[in-house]
Design a protein around this ligand. Structure first.
Ligand code: HEM
Length: 214
């Protein structure tokens, strides 16, 4: 029981940190929407160079990697534990609502994890370990490929459903949902889950259609 509560807290805290990470990551990536004629390439590459050299950002990056690993490990442990005890999935039996999102948290999480592996090996690995400094061209060239754009669209749909349940569920696990706050947390979760994946999805589509060249 003690481990169950610790794992619930860790799943919620790592999930909320990843929600913050995605907001910051999106803000930086929205610079890809700047027209090429307005100096987007230089601006984005300067931004990428700053992000990989600033010591505060380095600490945040390490916290992000740890949060991803922790979130996977504790949610898998919670799921196995719950199935063993009850013969019912953790997300189904413990969820505040029994929506599609809450039922398929494990499947959605697996799709997101697969996406993160593809994403990191294509962008992050090349920038960090293969010395690629023109991160802008690397991203723009990758999104000239329709299959690659499709992977991002599917992954963003998974993030939409995953955070739709995960956002309010994290507050619930931390005991931060009261009768007055429940409604607001739900509304914030809905706005976040819609807005963030939608804007992320816009970037590959925009670059595929070469709208940055207009
Ligand atoms: C259109 C969407 C996205 C674009 C264009 C994009 C672009 C990038 C680029 C260029 C990097 C490498 C930065 C560098 O090391 O210089 C990166 C890193 C990363 N991306 Fe994305 N990204 C997108 C969406 C996402 C999403 C949805 C997730 C998570 C679900 C994600 C997770 C990460 C992580 C964890 C890193 C490593 C961050 C770090 O080292 O601090 N990205 N992304």
């Amino acid at each position: 029981m003690k481990y169950y509560i610790i794992n619930k807290y860790l799943a919620a805290l790592s999930g909320l940190f990843l929600i913050l990470f995605l907001t910051g990551h999106l803000a930086g990536n929205l610079q890809l929407l700047i027209p090429e004629s307005s100096g987007a390439q230089q601006q984005f590459n300067d931004y990428a160079a700053f992000m990989s050299s600033n010591p505060v950002v380095k600490i945040l990056s390490i916290t992000t990697y740890v949060s991803i690993l922790l979130h996977v490990v504790v949610t898998v442990a919670l799921s196995i534990d719950s199935k063993r005890k009850r013969g019912v999935g953790y997300s189904v039996s413990r969820s505040p609502s029994n929506s599609i999102s809450s039922r398929y948290m494990g499947v959605l999480g697996t799709v997101i994890l697969a996406f993160i592996i593809i994403h990191l090996s294509d962008f992050w690995y090349k920038a960090k370990f293969e010395g690629e400094t023109d991160v802008y061209s690397m991203v723009v060239n990758k999104f000239q490929n329709i299959e690659y754009v499709a992977i991002y669209v599917v992954a963003m749909l998974a993030i939409f459903f995953h955070t739709l349940h995960g956002f309010s569920s994290s507050f619930q696990s931390l005991g931060l949902v009261g009768s007055k706050t429940r409604r607001y947390i739900k509304i914030c979760g809905m706005i976040y889950s819609l807005l963030i994946p939608l804007l992320f999805m816009l970037i590959p589509i925009y670059l595929f259609l070469n709208l940055h060249k207009t």
